[in-house]
Design a protein around this ligand. Structure first.
Ligand code: PRT
Ligand code: ZN
Length: 287
């Protein structure tokens, strides 16, 4: 295997595809993406992108056919492959829940005893039932799980839920959340030193993007006689940059502030006499 390049598998098409592509672009990794292609080579980073079905990604990563992968935690847990979880990516969020026909009473986990539950995620369900000492029958099916109760195949289902509208449309009610899932960045357990270095470079870029998202660049004019008050109002990275202005008695103050305190800071600055306040997004930020 070529050691000077890393391979990452992302979903070929489906719910994780767009966010996975955006994730790589946010990290500054450029590549052309045509949905019919199976692989793409980044033009500016030592990364090759392989497009796969999400179900295949954990195994490819475990075997080292690819070094990295982006996959839903639900799929990773179900496939039970030995990989390293590097990061939680904050997209592809969903939960895995047990649902019952909407009129069926449910007071707690023990009510699942003796039920037949249809699912395509039998490992996750089995672990949950065993942990809670519930004796239910798992009926494994590969798709369209939500119609199993109306066909008389099972009394309940265990499946992915997002808005809940699929359950509602099938006369089902979510009664028990088992797992909260999101997309994960996973890696082969043993990378070579060269591969690990490329991974660290990728993570550094991702961090720089995330930090930038959480901050704003702020620029304002301050009357010199109230500068102390203005500086005190800015919880900046270090001390703000102060530059003289052509106009006597004024200076320009530059700093970076966290997104979550941004409005409070703005109000305090205004009250302290700041004028011409400009706020700009940041592209990248290294702390
Ligand atoms: O072709 P491939 O095998 O790669 O894709 P796939 O069809 O197996 O997966 P895909 O693209 O549907 O989902 C990929 C991943 O997205 C899942 O493994 C989850 O990690 C995540 N995800 C997030 C979801 C949902 N949200 C989701 N809503 N996966 C599936 N759904 C289903 C849900 O089961 C329901 O049937 O979408 C339907 C709509 O959900 P409601 O609750 O909004 O009605
Ligand atoms: Zn799949």
């Amino acid at each position: 295997m070529n050691e000077s390049i890393l391979r990452i598998a992302i979903q070929k098409s489906g719910r994780l595809f767009e966010d996975s592509v955006r994730f790589l672009h946010d990290a500054g990794v450029d590549f052309g993406s045509s949905p019919n292609r199976l692989r793409a080579q980044s033009s500016n980073f030592p990364l090759e992108i392989i497009f796969l079905r999400d179900d295949d990604i954990p195994e490819y990563v475990e075997e080292g056919v690819v070094h990295l992968g982006i996959v839903g935690e639900n799929v990773l847990l179900e496939k039970h492959k030995t990989v390293r979880t590097i990061d939680r990516l904050g997209f592809g969020k969903c939960r895995m829940s047990i649902a019952l026909p909407k009129n069926r009473a449910y007071a707690g986990i023990t009510d699942l005893n003796n039920l037949r539950i249809a699912t395509s995620y039998s490992r996750i369900l089995r672990q949950f039932l065993e942990k809670n000492k519930v004796k239910a029958e798992i009926h494994e099916i590969s798709g369209a799980v939500e119609i199993a109760p109306s066909l008389g195949l099972a009394e309940g289902i265990f499946d992915i839920v997002s808005t809940g509208s699929t359950l509602l449309a099938n006369g089902l009610r979510e009664v028990q959340t088992v797992l909260e899932s999101e997309a994960l960045l996973i890696a082969h357990p043993r990378l070579t030193t060269a591969q690990e270095e490329i991974l660290q470079r990728l993570l550094f870029r991702i961090d720089a993007h995330r930090n930038a998202q959480k901050h704003r660049y702020i620029l304002l004019n301050a009357p010199k006689d109230r500068l102390d008050e203005i500086i005190a109002a800015i919880p900046g990275m270090k001390s703000p940059t102060i530059l003289p202005l052509a106009v006597e008695g004024w200076c320009s103050v530059h700093s970076v502030i966290a997104e979550d305190v941004f409005w409070d800071v703005l109000e305090r600055l205004k009250a302290a006499g700041a004028e011409g306040i400009l706020v700009a997004p940041l592209e990248r930020m290294v702390l």
